[in-house]
Design a protein around this ligand. Structure first.
Ligand code: F6P
Length: 549
C-alpha cells in the first residue's frame, strides 16, 4: 500500500528545512575544495553508466536526510506494490505494470488470477513474427511489393516514445525501411508526410491505447482515404493497416481486422507504453532483436531499482534531487540537455512522462497539496542549446537544475567532432558549478589593458555566480540496451517523486476538460449552431468563422 501522508509533516522534511538553511549559502566551489573525495562519495555507477551527482548542491548529509524522507514516505513499500501489481493507480482502479512488459526473468506474474507474462510473451511473439515478415518479404503490400515506409499514427504516449526511440537509435535502423510519424490533428502534419509516400509500399500503424483519441482517429481516417485513392478496393486495407490498442472493440469498428491488432492492457499507462505493442514501429524499424535489447536494458534498470538500497539506487536518488530543488530551493523548472543529436527528442518525451504524471495539485486524500509538485521540464540538445538559452542558466535570476546526458563513444565518429562535443559537455557543467568571481574577471580584464572606467563598467556584466546544480549522466555508447536503461531510470524517478509528493502519478484527469470543450466547440465550427461562451471565446470563434467564408 502507498503511505498516505503529507511529506511536509514528516520528521525528515523538517530536518531538510533546517539543513537547507545551513547548506544554501555554501558554494559548490568550496564544497569541492573542502572534500577531495566529493566525486567518489556522490557518484554512482550502473553497468556502463556513470551518474555524477557531485555538482549538485548537496552533501552526504543531504542525501542521508533525503533518503530518510523516502523511507518515511514508504518508497520501498511503494516500489514493491508497483512491481507486484497492486492497484496503485487508484483513481482508475488499475495496476501499474509497464515493468511486466520487459520482464524476461520471472515465469509468472499473477494479476486478477491470470499470469500476465503469458499474454505479454504472446504479443511479443506476434510482434517478432510481424517484423520478421516485413523484413524477409513474407509480409508484403497488396501488390506484392516490399514495404518501404512505416507510418505511426498516434499522439502523446502513442507517439512521443516511439518517435524519440526511433530517432535515438537511427544508427541501428534496418536498411530499406523509413519510419514516419503523424500525430498532430493539424492537417499539415498528415499532408506533409503523405505527400512523400507511395501508397503501394506504405504500412500504417494506428497506435492508440483507447482508440477514441480524436486526433489519432481523424489522422487514421485521412490516411485510409489517401490509401484508397490508390488502392481503390477496401479489401486491401487489411494488408496496409494494423492497430496497437487495448480497445479491440473500437479497432474493429474502425475496420481493422482482429488479426491485425496488437494488444496491450489497461495496466500500461500511455506514457509508459513504448515497451508494449506501442513499440511496433520501433521493432519494425530496428528489427525485433534490437527492440528486445531495448527491453532488456530497461529490465536491468528495473532490477536495480527494485533491489538496490535507497542510498545507491539511481532512480531514487535522481527523484530525491528533484524533490530537494523543487521543495527546498523552490526551483520551478528542470532542464534536460542531451549532448547527443540522436537524443534530441528526449526532452519532449520526458515532458509528457514527468509533467503528465506529476503535474497534480490534489493529494491522495483528495486534499490540495500544500507544497510544490512537478516542475516544468524543458530542454534541447547541446551544443545548439548553448547558443540559445544557456545565457539564462548561467546568468539569469532563476536557479535551474540540469541533467547533462552524453555517450562517451559516438555513433558517428567523424574527425574530432566527438572531442569537441564532449569538451563543451564538460566545460558547461564546470562553468555552471564554478562561475567566475570578481577577482578572476578583474584579472582577465586587466590583461586586456582596458581604461579603468571601462573595466569597472564591464566587470559586473562578466561575473558568473556559479553554484548552478547539474547532474552528469554518461554512458559508454548509445545503444538500444543503454537507451532502455536510461528511459526506465526516468520512469522510476517519476514514480518515486509521485510517492513522495503523495499524489497519484498514473492518471491524467487534467487533460479531460479541454477535450470535452473541444468536442462541443467542434460542432459549433462545422454548423451554424452557437453556444453560450465567455465574451473572449465567442469573439475568437466569430473571427474564425468570418475567415472561413
Ligand atoms: O490526452 C492525454 C492522453 O490520454 C495521454 O495520456 C495519452 O498518451 C494520449 O492521450 C494518447 O492516448 P491514446 O493512446 O489512448 O490515443
Amino acid at each position: 500500500m502507498l503511505r498516505n501522508i503529507s511529506p511536509a509533516t514528516t520528521t525528515a522534511w523538517k530536518n531538510l528545512e533546517a539543513h537547507y538553511k545551513q547548506l544554501q549559502p555554501q558554494h559548490l566551489r568550496d564544497l569541492f575544495a573542502n572534500d577531495p573525495q566529493r566525486f567518489q562519495k556522490l557518484s554512482l555507477q550502473f553497468e556502463d553508466f556513470l551518474f555524477d551527482l557531485s555538482k549538485n548542491r548537496i552533501t552526504e548529509e543531504t542525501l542521508n536526510l533525503l533518503v530518510n524522507l523516502a523511507e518515511e514516505m514508504g518508497v520501498p513499500q511503494a516500489i514493491e506494490s508497483m512491481f507486484t501489481g497492486e492497484k496503485i493507480n487508484v483513481t482508475e482502479n488499475r495496476a501499474v505494470l509497464h515493468t511486466a512488459l520487459r520482464n524476461f526473468s520471472d515465469p509468472e506474474l499473477i494479476l486478477d488470477g491470470e499470469n500476465i507474462l503469458t499474454e505479454v510473451n504472446a504479443v511479443l511473439e506476434q510482434m517478432r513474427s510481424f517484423c520478421d515478415g516485413i523484413h524477409n518479404g513474407s509480409i508484403t503490400s497488396y501488390t506484392g511489393k516490399a514495404f518501404k515506409h512505416i507510418v505511426n499514427i498516434g499522439i502523446g504516449g502513442s507517439h512521443l516514445g516511439p518517435q524519440m526511440v526511433c530517432e535515438a537509435l537511427k544508427s541501428y535502423q534496418k536498411p530499406g525501411l523509413e519510419v514516419h510519424f503523424i500525430s498532430n490533428v493539424d492537417g499539415t502534419d498528415a499532408a506533409e508526410i503523405l505527400e512523400k509516400l507511395d501508397a503501394e509500399t506504405t504500412l500504417f500503424i494506428i497506435a492508440s491505447k483507447t482508440f477514441t483519441t480524436k486526433e489519432t482517429i481523424t489522422n487514421a481516417l485521412t490516411a485510409r482515404n489517401w490509401f484508397l485513392e490508390t488502392a481503390k478496393d477496401e479489401k486491401h486495407i487489411s494488408k496496409h493497416f494494423v492497430a496497437l490498442s487495448t480497445n479491440t472493440t473500437e479497432v474493429e469498428k474502425f475496420g481493422i481486422a482482429p488479426e491485425n491488432i496488437f494488444r496491450f492492457w489497461d495496466w500500461v499507462g500511455g506514457r509508459f507504453s513504448l515497451w508494449s505493442a506501442i513499440g511496433l514501429s520501433i521493432a519494425c524499424t530496428l528489427g525485433y532483436n534490437r527492440f528486445e535489447e531495448l527491453l532488456r536494458g530497461a529490465e536491468a534498470m528495473d532490477k536495480h531499482f527494485r533491489k538496490t538500497p535507497l542510498h545507491q539506487n539511481v532512480p531514487v536518488l535522481m527523484a530525491l534531487l528533484s524533490i530537494w530543488y523543487t521543495n527546498f530551493f523552490n526551483c520551478q523548472t528542470h532542464a534536460i540537455l542531451p549532448y547527443d543529436q540522436y537524443m534530441r527528442l528526449l526532452p519532449e518525451f520526458l515532458q509528457q512522462l514527468l509533467m503528465e504524471s506529476n503535474g497534480k495539485s490534489t493529494d491522495r486524500n483528495g486534499q490540495p497539496v500544500t507544497y510544490q509538485t512537478q516542475p516544468v521540464i524543458w530542454g534541447a540538445a547541446g551544443t545548439n542549446s548553448q547558443h540559445s538559452f544557456f545565457q539564462l542558466i548561467h546568468q539569469g535570476t532563476i536557479l535551474i537544475p540540469c541533467d547533462f546526458i552524453a555517450a562517451a563513444v559516438s555513433n558517428n565518429p567523424i574527425g574530432e567532432h566527438q572531442a569537441l562535443l564532449m569538451s563543451n559537455y564538460f566545460a558547461q557543467t564546470e562553468a555552471l558549478m564554478k562561475g567566475k568571481n570578481t577577482e578572476e574577471v578583474r584579472q582577465e580584464l586587466e590583461q586586456k589593458n582596458l581604461p579603468a572606467s571601462e573595466l569597472e563598467n564591464l566587470l559586473p556584466h562578466k561575473l558568473f555566480e556559479g553554484n548552478k546544480p547539474t547532474t552528469s549522466i554518461m554512458m559508454r555508447q548509445l545503444t538500444p540496451y543503454t537507451l532502455g536503461s536510461l528511459l526506465a531510470m526516468y520512469e522510476h524517478k517519476t514514480f518515486v517523486q509521485g510517492v513522495i509528493w503523495n499524489i497519484y502519478s498514473f492518471d491524467q484527469w487534467g487533460v479531460e476538460l479541454g477535450k470535452q470543450l473541444a468536442t462541443s466547440i467542434e460542432k459549433e465550427l462545422l454548423t451554424d449552431k452557437q453556444q453560450p461562451h465567455d465574451a473572449s471565446t465567442t469573439n475568437l470563434i466569430q473571427y474564425y468563422k468570418e475567415n472561413q467564408k
